[in-house]
Design a protein around this ligand. Sequence first.
Ligand SMILES: Cc1ncc(COP(=O)(O)O)c(C=O)c1O
Length: 372
Amino acid sequence: MGKHHIIPVNRPSIPRKANAYLSECVKSGWFSSEGPFVRRFESAFARYLGVKYSSSTSSGTAALHLALMALGVGPGDEVIVPAMTIASCYFAIWYTGAKAVPVDVDAETYGINPELIKKAITKRTKAIMVVHLFGHPCDMDSIMTIAKKHKLKVLEDAAEAHGAEYKGKKAGSIGDIAIFSFYANKIVTTGEGGMVVSNNKKYIDKINSLKSLNHSKTRFIHEGIGYNYLMSNMQAAVGLASLEEIETSLKKKLAMAAHYTKQLKNIPDIILPIEKPWAKNAYWMYAVTLNHKTKTTRDRLMKTLMTNYGIQTRTFFYSPRTAFKKLGLYKASRFPVAERLEKAGFYLPSGLGNSPKEFAKTALALSKITNT
Ligand SMILES: Cc1ncc(COP(=O)(O)O)c(C=O)c1O
């Protein structure tokens, strides 16, 4: 199969105004984080979400680290985290010296299971990190109620859920603090980049200092250890151009999901993503699972899609036992749902630049493979 025939899992779409805004950076000579697009992008993003404060970062991973530090998480603390998410969530907790306590996910939404959160709380628990996976929000009312009862902070990882909603509120506007990633495959993108948002000014002030070497009022005299987690003016220029198109992008994602759902709903072997009555799924990626009774395996299916049809797909994240086995961690822990999903889950080509023709080809290939 020639390379040009491949249907990539994420074909990016270039924001219409990216070129013009990047040219402004070049013309003005503003390349660094001091440039005007950084502030413009930060305010526009906060306005979009309906939160008061925002601070851009070099990545979503850096945003997670900064958010945890702002919450005061450190050595001796425990942070509850879903058993199916990107390693960034665990790494960020470890950067602070705290312990990551995994909790299994919900079989339908793939978000952290609130019932299991209760069981994982100890005297050392400081915060709950929730991840709105693949664009579907978590059950936030249940999580906020538990957090309030136990005086815990809630950090929302909305890296994959730009524009998703929980009971009419935007994902990332509900917890004490939230983060976003603007990696190239995200709905709003800066290539590489991230953002922390909060209604608490103290958190964002602290983050603004920590991410820029933690200078005190006197430059070069430092409050403590600092970091360079800054976003450049060029990244923010692309981010602003991308944010200006978010409504169109979200519509494209909905159309993509509708397309797949229509064509796949009669294939009994493929279990489709859901949308809870209280949720607006942003469908960042169209995530499906293979029925356990299917003759083929998920891995064989993915391989056939690539070798016979040139269709790229990607597995879900792995449970912490698998993801961190080389680190010798979580060997004795069991996460039945995450462990099932790591073997059965995969997502289909879902990028903003992927075409309806590519969705149709993918659906047809899936129906052929599962029928044989
Ligand atoms: C849920 C989630 N959290 C955090 C991140 C980390 O973001 P970044 O890649 O920008 O560091 C990602 C992925 O990119 C993600 O999907």
